[in-house]
Design a protein. Sequence first.
Length: 127
Amino acid sequence: MVETAALVKTGFETEKPQLLIPLRLAKELELWPPPEAELVELGTAAGPVRNYVIYNALEVSATTGDRATEPVACDAVISHIEAEALINDKLGEALKIVILAIGSGKWKFADDPPNIMRNTETPQYWA
């Protein structure tokens, strides 16, 4: 098990929950070299990139100081470029993450009481 901060990236849109992980984190999770992976081309704002996808490789929970969500099975997308772990739109929703203020990083869990507003975590870079 590895704990890391991850960035919710709503523009990272796929059909199922995925967590993009930097190569160094993939090594830490013993997913590199990839055991059974597919090399796929993904469209990004900067143009197409090729990453390895390992289907249903991870169980991910969102944890804070006072709680953790139920684990969600997701694909691991291994990136040679990205330095942070990125949560895609489907995984963020499955983890019940609700973004309240994008610029200041305010968020909550969907089932948090109305008065709860959480602060973003400090970024963790794996480069």
